[in-house]
Design a protein around this ligand. Structure first.
Ligand code: ADP
Ligand code: 5GP
Length: 185
């Protein structure tokens, strides 16, 4: 029997390198489909609407939630984020693998609603290195970094809930491992 394409969730603390790893993988394998989330967060420099996120207002997010248009959603460090349901289901029905890059609360919701999803945790080599990366990215104000580091402690403690862990020491190595897990043919 051929295996059904699966939904893969990539989670891990803010600043661990999720976006970097996924971007590296998709540069060489653009066929890997990544869900574009809706968020109430403001765009960072260089982020494009419809590419990195759908940047929405609070009212628009309220509506997406009320209309059941999100597969999962969560509040993270003062903003709301959610996965548009229809696009994900279309891909899965078309037989294509799906990758979600979402936070711990979202990963838990996906585990509840899609039993065969595979949950991958991206871990930092050390706490100090996580702080260095998050600070070094230079995209958040100090108080936002503090909120994200508070959330990171909770996320790191939840690692055993995941099916497997990849440690982000080398972007190239992790991108290769993730590609194998997503199982793109
Ligand atoms: P996330 O998407 O998990 O919040 P990012 O992909 O934005 O994290 O990465 C946070 C910072 O860490 C970025 O400045 C990125 O260049 C850097 N980074 C990512 N992976 C590595 C790595 N393996 N080694 C060193 N720096 C990394
Ligand atoms: P950032 O603001 O750094 O882009 O993302 C903050 C956190 O929100 C990250 O952990 C990221 O994975 C998560 N995130 C992004 N999109 C979604 C989503 O659609 N749902 C959930 N639950 N989390 C998301």
């Amino acid at each position: 029997m051929s295996e059904r394409p699966r939904l893969t969730v990539l989670s891990g603390p803010s600043g661990v390198g999720k976006s970097t790893v996924v971007a590296h993988m998709r540069k060489e394998h653009p066929e890997v489909w990544l869900s574009v989330s809706a968020t109430t967060r403001r765009p960072r420099p260089g982020e494009k609407h419809g590419v990195h996120y759908f940047f929405v207002t609070d009212e628009e997010m309220d509506k997406l939630i009320a209309n059941g248009e999100l597969l999962e959603w969560a509040e993270f460090a003062g903003n709301r984020y959610g996965t548009p349901r229809a696009a994900v289901l279309e891909r899965l029905e078309a037989g294509e693998p799906v990758l979600l890059e979402i936070d711990l609360q979202g990963a838990r919701q996906v585990r509840e609603s899609m039993a065969d999803a595979q949950l991958v945790f991206l871990a930092p080599p050390s706490w100090e290195e996580l702080v260095r990366r998050l600070t070094g990215r230079g995209t958040e104000a100090p108080e936002v970094i503090e909120r994200r580091l508070d959330a990171a402690k909770v996320e790191l403690a939840a690692e055993p809930e995941f099916d497997l862990t990849l440690v982000n020491t080398s972007v190239e190595d992790v991108a290769r491992e993730l590609l194998a897990l997503v199982d793109v043919v």
